[in-house]
Write a protein that binds this ligand. Structure first.
Ligand code: SAM
Length: 338
């Protein structure tokens, strides 16, 4: 007998009595908007495209939503607390007085401790309006308190090509808490490369690799692309801060569902994703490898950094001749020569 899969925490928002039949502001999910209407804020391009395809109103970020007010708002708990808190703060300030703020999440992501923290900030415990399938929804009423505190978003310091520079980051984007050690290791190998003409940074995050490369090679141009709208906004701001925006195109792009955002390149710099949310997921990286295979010119090179245990060698050897440039501190840097 096949066992029914456990419902996702997101499904609880569609339980009877959780939402009022009025337009909803929903962040990091669209299950509630699909039930009662309203606007979903979905920075992940895959989720945004699915929601738009289903005829829902979906926006990539707050800047596209307007000020409301809404009578109810749902935030889907994220693994990163800063991203969750930013969303709670943004929803809170768009709620009308007495409007309902709902937090939904699974026990495995820590919904109980998140609700306790929110209770401390909002001056009282939320009402639990759904509690099943190892998940819950808790609800607070908007009052005149300032609401959840907006998290700080410090800039990320990057050292590349003998220069030190800072890039803007945002809650929830990769490396928001500081430069990833794997990315740092890859940066050490830029100086040994021949100057490229056109650089591709797929899965760019805040743009560390592509922007560092533009700093090293003043005649090069680059395309930076990421599935996360917040990351592309940071990368765009970083390019402007470094004065390289005229040589840099930043694209909101889902490798798994869209063609590559450029026709050709002679250098790829990549730190591939291996998580979708919490679980390990190798498919997004493989979609990026397919895109690289379509655009990397003969004679071009791809430098890829990854945790030593990730099994990318077979995928990359199908693109070109593979060699290991470094193996240090749990990371490896692989070079593919086409
Ligand atoms: C390991 S991070 C590397 C970020 C950046 N290159 C760095 O080194 O700091 C991988 C990035 O891939 C992005 N990503 C995940 N799935 C993607 C997809 N399907 N299409 C495009 N980008 C994706 C993530 O949002 C994330 O920013």
């Amino acid at each position: 007998m096949s066992r029914r899969p456990r419902p996702s925490p997101a499904e609880l928002v569609a339980d009877p009595g959780v939402l009022a039949p009025r337009p909803l502001l929903e962040v990091f999910g669209a299950e509630g908007v699909a039930t009662v209407g309203g606007v979903a804020v979905l920075p992940d391009r895959g989720g945004w495209r699915r929601a738009c395809g289903a005829g829902l109103v979906a926006r990539p970020w707050w800047s596209e939503v307007g000020s409301g007010p809404f009578s109810q708002g749902v935030v889907h708990l994220q693994k990163g607390r800063a991203a969750t808190w930013q969303a709670l703060a943004e929803v809170w300030r768009r709620l009308e007085p007495g409007g309902r703020l709902l937090l939904v999440g699974g026990n495995d992501l820590g919904v109980k401790s998140a609700a306790q923290r929110l209770a401390r900030e909002l001056g009282g415990p939320g009402e639990v309006v759904a509690n099943r399938a190892h998940a819950r929804v808790a609800c607070w009423r908007r009052d005149d308190r300032p609401g959840p505190a907006l998290p700080a978003t410090p800039a990320v310091e990057v050292v590349a090509g003998g220069r030190v520079f800072e890039l803007p980051s945002a809650p929830g984007v990769f490396s928001a808490d500081g430069l990833d050690p794997g990315t740092g290791l890859l940066l050490e190998h830029l100086a040994a490369l021949d100057p490229p003409r056109r650089i591709f940074d797929p899965g760019c995050g805040i743009g560390v690799l592509g922007l560092a490369a533009l700093g090293c090679w003043p005649d090069a141009t680059a395309v930076l692309a990421d599935i996360d709208w917040r990351a592309t906004a940071c990368a765009r701001a970083g390019a402007a801060g470094l004065g390289v925006e005229n040589r840099c195109e930043v694209v909101w792009w889902d490798a798994a569902g869209e063609p590559p955002p450029l026709a050709s390149c002679d250098l790829v710099l990549l730190n591939p994703p291996f998580h979708s949310g919490v679980p390990v997921d190798l498919q997004p990286a493989r979609a990026i490898f397919r895109a690289i295979s379509q655009v990397l010119e003969p004679g071009g090179r791809a430098l890829v950094v990854a945790n030593r245990t990730l099994p990318w060698e077979g995928d990359l050897a199908a693109i070109g001749e593979l060699c290991r440039l470094a193996d240090r501190d749990g990371y490896k840097v692989l070079e593919v020569a086409r």
